[in-house]
Design a protein around this ligand. Structure first.
Ligand SMILES: NC(=O)NCCC(=O)O
Length: 384
């Protein structure tokens, strides 16, 4: 079975494993069984017609005496690029706006309150090429760009918070580039932006050629539907990065990503899920889909032949909960919308059960880390 046709782990399990065993396998792989969200027929029809995978799940919490349930619906969108990478820049951006716009319309039918797109969703993931042109032309102002205006319209039209990860051009600071998620409130106002804190230096992820590590810290955005944060892609390998968003009160942390099968697929299902468990919050991992071809070949600095593509972006977007449960992933090969209803009360219920925040020895770590980052640090090793 070739990497490009393997649609999803879930589909293969459903096809080949008999019922009783499948239930047990799913319990072990995914945690408690999630109720399927009943989605409107119009949404299901539209997804079929528009050719994307649509799935919906409910993460329930126990009823409480003093607090009402705190249900929020999130939408995770994964997609392929539309036009070839050598098409005019504005045509590529406009085609992506149109495609993602039609998926957001279905998200609205499904009652989504907060939607998040994949990393740098308005462009191919061209940073592998190390070329500046035309890729830097995809960069836009976070506050006032073409794409932010588009998201503001969506937000107002559908009363939806929109998390829009773009390549940002910061004109105030010399036109510098950043990898940035813009958070647009459901009122249409730009609530703020969160820049990618960790820039990869692995495989063909040559992003350090284009932009530096973000300087917006670990901001959390208080929306009408809960406190959200955005940990962009490679930040998911850094447990402290998730942790700091959680320390600032994030109830849901989005992880818009762009990553390929050969590099990270075995890690994908573990990292965001572990972050949800460790931090008593929900996490939403989103990856792009498909193979993107570039006119000029590039090398990977590994002695292998030059090539025109990055490999296969494997989709598989999913949501994970603080109790260790997770949704199935979206398709590995198709565009998709994952709708998940989260009862945010689960965060405190699990915190009260497992007490990771209470038992964490943060004062101890802070003290030891402060020493460890000093030039004169001596590791604390006892020798005979
Ligand atoms: N976009 C990005 O940071 N990718 C790095 C590779 C990975 O984290 O899997």
């Amino acid at each position: 079975m070739s990497e490009y046709v393997f649609e999803s782990l879930e589909k293969t399990l459903e096809t080949h494993i008999p019922g009783a065993e499948l239930k047990e396998i799913k319990r072990i792989l995914y945690g408690k069984e999630l109720r399927k969200l009943i989605l409107p027929q119009t949404a299901l029809d539209a997804a079929l017609e528009r050719d994307f995978d649509l799935q919906g799940y409910v993460f329930e919490a126990a009823p409480e005496q003093l607090r009402a349930p705190s249900a929020v619906r999130v939408g995770l969108i994964q997609n392929k690029i539309i036009l070839p990478t050598d098409a005019p820049v504005l045509d590529q951006i406009t085609a992506l706006h149109k495609r993602v716009g039609e998926i957001v319309e279905v998200a609205a039918i499904c009652g989504v309150n907060v939607v998040c797109f994949q990393e740098t969703w308005t462009m191919p993931f061209a940073f592998c090429t190390r070329e500046r042109e035309p890729w830097t032309e995809f960069a836009e102002s976070a506050e006032d760009g073409f794409t932010t205006h588009f998201c503001q319209e969506l937000a107002k039209k559908y009363n939806m918070v929109v998390v829009s990860p773009i390549l940002e051009r910061d004109e105030i600071h010399g036109g510098t580039l950043w990898n940035t998620a813009v958070v647009v409130s459901n009122t249409g106002t730009v609530l703020g932006k969160s820049r990618k804190n960790h820039i990869p230096r692995v495989g063909d992820f040559n992003e350090s050629t284009y932009y530096m590590e973000g300087n917006t810290g670990h901001q959390v955005f208080q929306t009408q539907f809960g406190k959200i944060a955005v940990n962009i892609c490679y930040g998911r390998h850094h447990p402290l990065n998730w942790f700091m968003y959680s320390m600032n009160g994030a109830e849901i942390i989005f992880n818009p990503s762009a990553t390929v099968g050969a590099l990270s697929e075995p890690m994908w299902s573990v990292e965001a899920r572990n972050a949800a468990i460790a931090n008593h919050c929900f996490t939403c991992a989103i990856n792009r889909v498909g193979v993107e071809y570039f006119k000029n070949e590039f090398t990977s600095g590994d002695g292998k032949k030059a090539h025109h593509d990055f490999g296969h972006f494997y989709g598989s977007s999913y949501v994970a909960a603080p109790d260790g449960s997770r949704s199935p992933g979206l398709s590995r090969t198709q565009d998709g919308l994952l709708v998940a209803e989260l009862d945010l009360n689960l965060n405190r219920q699990i915190a009260d059960k497992w007490n990771f925040k209470m038992t964490g020895r943060y004062d101890l770590y802070a003290e030891e880390l402060t020493k460890a980052v000093q030039h004169a640090f001596k590791p604390n090793i006892v020798k005979e």
